[in-house]
Ligand binder design. Structure first.
Ligand code: C5P
Length: 242
């Protein structure tokens, strides 16, 4: 094998885990949903919708129920402001947090330092190019590059800036895993079990497909949130991941 070949590129992740995207409008609905999720689910993603409404106390309440929390805030500001915002999360029981890689190398490095200072076990994740942006609307804001090239450049920069992981669409997952190797955490949304509605996701992978392409975690929302029996939907996804 040549030294530049990357043998892990299509190796499945034995430890690929499920994260539930808790995309509901109120805390009452959030806790009612968690009641129906059974006891296999470990990770819950809290996004801006609930965090803006209820703040850190909601994160504490979810963690008190025994879940690991992925706080999806997608922070993006000048380096000092992002680092200060992360320091403000000190003491909050979160295992993952997102920032925008487009904030640049200094912002990401300062963010990584702040994250390590408040909680050495916190994995800081870089969002590369939002999947809502295509080549045309990237060009309208001055980015003439191929979106995939941008994703790769930002992924590399995030890794070099000390981030522990990346959020990637199913389409980007294989190339990012190939480029950055087996150690970085890659979190993939856009996952749909066989036969489930794609909703508004354009490019999807099944749980087994995401695992096979090297996802460390998959994020699934509506296929669980809208299921008649969320705990059964979770069990099926977890069975596929195993
Ligand atoms: O309901 P669904 O499974 O599509 O939810 C996917 C979750 O992942 C949502 O919280 C969505 O905001 C998030 N996400 C995404 N695509 C990205 C980044 C995040 O779907 N590129």
């Amino acid at each position: 094998m040549r030294s530049d070949e990357k043998p892990f590129m299509s190796q499945p992740r034995e430890d690929c885990k499920l994260i539930l995207a808790l995309d509901v409008p109120t805390r009452e609905e959030a806790f009612a949903m968690l009641e129906h999720c059974g006891n296999e689910l470990r990770w819950v993603k809290i996004g801006l919708q609930l965090f803006v409404k209820y703040g850190p106390s909601f994160v504490n309440e979810v963690a008190e129920r025994g879940y690991e929390v992925f706080l999806d805030l997608k922070l993006h500001d000048i380096p000092n402001t992002v680092a200060s915002a992360i320091r403000s999360l000190e003491g909050l029981p979160i295992g993952m947090l997102t920032i925008h890689s487009m904030g640049g190398q200094e912002m990401m490095s300062r963010a990584a330092e702040a994250a390590a200072a408040i909680n050495p076990d916190l994995t800081l994740l870089g969002v590369t190019v939002l999947t809502s942006m295509n080549r045309t609307n990237l060009a309208t804001i001055g980015f003439d590059d191929d979106p995939e090239a941008m994703v790769l450049r930002l992924a590399r920069l995030a890794s070099e800036s000390g981030l522990g992981g990346l959020v990637c669409s199913p389409l980007e997952l294989p190339m990012v895993r190939k480029e950055l190797g087996p150690d970085i955490a890659i979190i993939t949304p856009g996952v749909r079990p066989e036969g489930a509605s794609a909703d508004d996701q354009k490019r999807t992978l099944t749980p087994a497909g995401a695992r096979a392409k090297g996802a460390s975690f998959i994020v699934v929302g509506r296929p669980i949130l809208k299921a008649d029996d969320p705990s059964q939907a979770i069990r099926r996804i977890m069975a596929e991941l195993r």
